[in-house]
Design a protein around this ligand. Structure first.
Ligand SMILES: NC(=O)c1ccc[n+]([C@@H]2O[C@H](COP(=O)([O-])OP(=O)(O)OC[C@H]3O[C@@H](n4cnc5c(N)ncnc54)[C@H](O)[C@@H]3O)[C@@H](O)[C@H]2O)c1
Length: 317
């Protein structure tokens, strides 16, 4: 009897892609991981290094090298190409002139191979590239999505956890909007074991500095980048968790760059919002009744993304 293998492709084996591929093995998520990059020597070395680690992984994983077309049988592809040196300015949009033409060129090649699975995008500017992949692939709505504010939400949870002393898993908090400098903290959504932030703050032991938490969250990426010239652990765990949610049809709620189709009064953009992730990718965008100011700030993020999508079109249309 043959069991179906869980096959995941990773395009772009830089700092981020290599960690995603490694985590897919270490966390027992994939049976085969197909590695794809323009640097053929790097691919051979990464594959060798990962195969050397399989002995210590929870189950057998086969790491293979694949062309764009050979990713056809993947259940999920994680897109992680880029040139991280272009982000040194502190603005993820500065990578657009490189990433947009690359992605516009190879997504049709991936599709020409017959790929029919789910694509999760990491490449920056994340919401813009996710929109581009959706357009170029023609895959059904929800089958293309981005890590979006998934990583930023993990950073928010970490910042609150450090200030309140509460465990990361004991409360829920999400960043929304752009995976970029205009992202927002919707304080109204935070729940501590069912209690709202206002209720929690009635206990002085849990009062924390919101401005500092917001600042630490938005600038966390730059703290990481400044000393090592990349970010890799947080983003690769975010993406691997999303891959698992798809492969195991978990219907897990995470913030992700999701297609908005009327939710929050927005249409035609990808934006970071809490979403249900399952076998069909983004299965539902969760719509909250945000207070007036949070809604205004969120709409401003959507305007920024919309303008960047228009700017990106100059590089591929
Ligand atoms: N969304 C997020 O939260 C998040 C977090 C961290 C990094 N990123 C982004 O992820 C991307 C990768 O970051 P990194 O640090 O790994 O970059 P990196 O420069 O270390 O590696 C990029 C890799 O992509 C490969 N590549 C470039 N063009 C390619 C193509 N056409 N086909 C196949 N491979 C190609 C390169 O050869 C290189 O190995 C960047 O866009 C970065 O900004 C996003």
């Amino acid at each position: 009897m043959a069991f179906k293998k869980r096959v995941v492709g990773v395009i772009g084996l830089g700092h981020v892609g290599a960690h995603v591929a490694f985590n897919l093995g270490v966390l027992g998520i994939a049976d085969e991981v197909k590695l794809c990059d323009v640097k053929s020597e790097k691919l051979v070395s990464e594959r060798q290094d990962m195969m050397d680690a399989v002995m210590f992984m929870p189950h057998r994983v086969n790491y293979t090298i694949a062309s764009y077309e050979e990713l056809a049988d993947c259940d999920v592809i994680v897109n992680a190409i880029g040139d991280i040196t272009l982000c040194a300015s502190g603005n993820r949009d500065d990578e657009m002139h490189f990433t947009v033409p690359q992605v516009a060129d190879y997504i049709p090649k991936v599709m020409a191979g017959g790929f029919q699975g789910i694509i999760i995008n990491i490449t920056n500017p994340c919401d813009v590239i996710t929109d581009l992949i959706a357009k170029k692939s023609g895959l059904p709505k929800g089958h293309v999505f981005g890590t979006g504010t998934g990583l930023d939400s993990a950073r928010l949870v970490s910042a609150i956890s450090q200030q309140t002393g509460l465990d990361h898993h004991s409360f829920s908090a999400y960043m929304m909007g752009e995976h970029g400098n205009s992202q927002i903290v919707p304080w109204s959504l935070i729940k501590f074991g069912g209690k709202s932030l206002a209720e929690l703050e009635q206990n002085p032991a849990y009062v924390f500095d919101k401005a500092r938490v917001q600042d630490e969250t938005i600038h966390a990426g730059w703290v990481t980048y400044s000393g090592k010239h990349c970010t890799e652990y947080g983003i690769s765990m975010t993406a691997a968790t999303m891959v698992r949610a798809v492969l195991r049809d978990e219907r897990k709620i995470m913030a992700a760059s999701a297609p908005l189709d009327g939710e929050y009064g927005e249409t035609g953009i990808f934006c970071g919002v809490p979403s249900v992730i399952g076998a069909n990718g983004i299965e539902e965008v969760i719509e909250y009744n945000l207070p007036e100011q949070e809604m205004k700030d969120f709409k401003a993020c959507c305007a920024t993304i919309r303008a960047n999508i228009a700017k990106a079109e100059e590089f591929w249309k």
